[in-house]
Design a protein around this ligand. Structure first.
Ligand code: FES
Length: 376
């Protein structure tokens, strides 16, 4: 059932496959309230963040498994005072450390502290190209100004900077300016991610859904910018797949390359996996990480191809796109084992395109903000 991914078995002879990366959601606390946040919808009921010692145990287990990349995220990971300690622990185990942050909550001293702890790379989110538009999306006055300062501190420390931009109907027309902003901040890499409708974004679909024209224009803008900025800026692009004909290989395949650990210690095959209510997730507080990865029922559920149905079973692309996104299949086709409706061979494809068209022209301009979450 489990494909062995080349290069992953290096430190674990005999294992079927091992992940390359681990995303550690240290906390759901965040000063921002972005309406497309991928954190779960039932945030208010989430309590019990793992302690420093518990996270260090995860870091040790990840290193023992041969995981290479350790991504610190949230919520806003900088709300954890022990962030430098965790970065140092991961770096001490030779893990490549990446911080994914809104920047809010970081100071000049804290950025220096993280660099001193061995942080390898920082990804800074931007919600817009000016204070008015960015702070309106993030729901946090002064956020844009702080982000601009943080970018300066990061580059002063010599840390590689990536700018993350989630794009939706209200900012896609300013993509070119967003790319210019990333360049001016000293980023060498940029992630242009068209909003995916999981978590809070699903609740705000009518307000955020781009039009087909916007998605097509974005693809052309990225293509031209990649050509023009070769050697200066690498652009990773997550296209909006609502008007596509082939699905994306979500997560690089379920249970194949990466996993996510939630603040309370649940191990997930993808960050949105808790939207699949028929799956149960094991906690690293109770089960060793390696056992969860190799044998955990949630990881086995859609790993490989045995779970597939037509049209995936006979599709020539099934080893490349893995049937697309399981979370999107459940949300739009009613069953996580269906082909992702982004695929033109899915019987639900037409309904998805119609839904996207209707949402994008709904005229809804108000969104519901993700609520702030207090201390754990
Ligand atoms: Fe969960 Fe795509 S977001 S599989």
């Amino acid at each position: 059932m489990n494909a062995v991914v080349p290069g992953m078995e290096r430190k674990d002879k005999g294992a079927r496959s091992l992940p390359l990366g681990l995303t550690a959601e240290l906390t759901y606390r965040c000063p921002l309230a972005c309406p497309y946040c991928s954190n779960p919808a039932d945030l208010a009921q989430r309590t019990g963040e793992m302690t420093t010692e518990e996270w260090i145990s995860v870091i040790d287990q990840a290193a023992d498994m041969g995981i290479l990349h350790f991504h610190f995220t949230g919520g806003e990971p900088a709300t954890r005072r022990d962030l430098p300690e965790l970065v140092a622990a991961a770096r001490g185990r030779d893990l490549y450390t990446n911080l994914i942050t809104s920047g809010v909550g970081l100071t000049r001293e804290r950025v220096k502290g993280l660099a001193d702890a061995g942080l390898d790379h920082l990804q800074l989110s931007v919600q817009g190209v000016d204070a008015a538009s960015a702070d309106a999306v993030g729901g946090y006055k002064g956020g844009f100004e702080r982000k601009m300062a943080v970018a300066g501190w990061v580059t002063e420390e010599g840390l590689p900077l990536t700018v993350n931009a989630v794009m939706h109907r209200h900012n896609l027309d300013r993509l070119e300016e967003t790319i210019t902003l990333a360049l001016s901040l000293g980023a060498r890499r940029m992630e242009v991610a068209t909003v995916q409708f999981h978590g809070w974004a699903e609740r705000n679909r009518d307000a955020l859904m781009p039009t087909r024209a916007q998605v097509d224009a974005a693809t052309a803008t990225v293509r031209a910018a990649r050509e023009r900025l070769k050697g200066r800026l690498v652009i990773d692009y997550v296209p909006g797949d609502y008007y596509a004909t082939v699905p994306k290989a979500c997560m690089g395949g379920w249970g194949l390359k990466t996993l996510t650990i939630t603040p309370e210690g649940l191990a997930l095959p993808c960050h949105a996996a808790q939207s699949l209510p028929h799956l149960s997730f094991q906690s690293v507080r109770e089960v060793p990480l390696r056992d969860i990865w190799l044998e955990g029922p949630a990881f086995q559920a859609y790993r490989g191809q045995e779970w597939m149905r037509e049209p995936c079973t006979t599709c020539a692309h099934r080893e490349r796109d893995f049937g697309g996104c399981r979370c999107q299949a459940l949300a739009l086709a009613g069953d996580a084992a269906e082909a992702d409706p982004a695929c033109s061979r899915s019987p639900h494809h037409g309904a998805m395109v119609a839904l996207a068209g209707a949402a994008s022209t709904s005229g809804v301009t108000e969104w519901r903000y993700r609520p702030a979450v207090g201390k754990s």
